[in-house]
Design a protein around this ligand. Structure first.
Ligand SMILES: Nc1ncnc2c1ncn2[C@@H]1O[C@H](COP(=O)(O)OP(=O)(O)OP(=O)(O)O)[C@@H](O)[C@H]1O
Ligand SMILES: [Mg+2]
Length: 219
């Protein structure tokens, strides 16, 4: 392990969530040092998130600090309800922090951005858009032309074996296919950071292995 400091202390549970880094060193290969100036550095310090719900507030996350360097692959592990999704949602810019700081490449996170791709815990494709239009969505928000969007989306769909389904709607796909589209949609805008929230939890073991390979090959 290098000097990455991860401290995960999701104190709303009796059991603490723990975090560890999966990196090349874990398989006996030294981790590749990111190029100077590489982007995608996440720094979370003393994060607190409190949800207001009627009379009783829920402290979902308290005192979480972690640092992820460019090129690192880090997993946050902990029991259900300990705050994993909440931490990711704050980094993604969907959930505001109640305390502490969250920075990506030195910039405080206060809203979602194309520098951070997100693959959600639940299927989250737009049901009214075809597979290709789902993938093109982020590119459209970046102002990329229709013909270029189509080319990029078709290339990525081809890489994941989904090109034949480009004109299908999400409800015509299997669970694994929807997850693949979700991953492609997150990757296609070339984010600096990819935030993935148990995207394979609902899949059978065999499909999960295939999906993990697709993700690690593409990222
Ligand atoms: N929008 C919300 N409003 C109120 N409470 C919330 C909200 N989102 C999450 N919580 C609460 O915050 C805590 C952490 O939830 P979170 O979804 O981050 O857990 P998790 O670790 O991702 O769990 P799981 O493994 O089941 O996905 C839980 O107690 C949950 O009820
Ligand atoms: Mg979760």
């Amino acid at each position: 392990m290098n000097d990455m400091a991860i401290q995960c202390n999701l104190t709303n549970q009796e059991l603490f969530g723990t975090a560890f880094a999966i990196e090349a060193a874990a398989s006996g290969v030294h981790a590749v040092q990111p190029a100077k100036g590489a982007r995608g550095r996440i720094v979370v310090e003393s994060l607190k998130v409190e949800f207001e719900s009627g009379k009783s507030n829920t402290v979902a996350v308290d005192g979480v600090s972690l640092r992820v360097e460019p090129g690192e692959f880090v997993s946050i592990i902990g029991p259900s309800g300990c705050g994993k999704s909440t931490v990711l949602n704050v980094i993604a810019g969907f959930t505001p922090a109640s305390g502490g700081t969250v920075k990506v490449d030195g910039k405080s996170v206060d809203q979602p951005g194309v520098d951070r791709g997100v693959v959600f815990q639940q299927y989250s494709l737009f049901p009214w858009l075809t597979v290709r239009k789902n993938v093109e969505f982020g590119l459209k928000t970046q102002g990329i032309s229709q013909s270029k969007r189509e080319t990029i989306a078709r290339t990525f769909l081809g890489l994941t074996g989904l090109l034949a389904f480009e004109n299908h709607y999400p409800d015509q796909l299997s669970g694994g296919m929807k997850q693949r589209v979700g991953i492609v949609r997150a990757l296609v805008t070339s984010p600096q950071v990819l935030l993935i929230d148990e995207p394979f939890g609902a899949l059978d073991a065999q499909t999960r292995v295939v999906m993990q390979e697709i993700l690690t090959n593409m990222w």
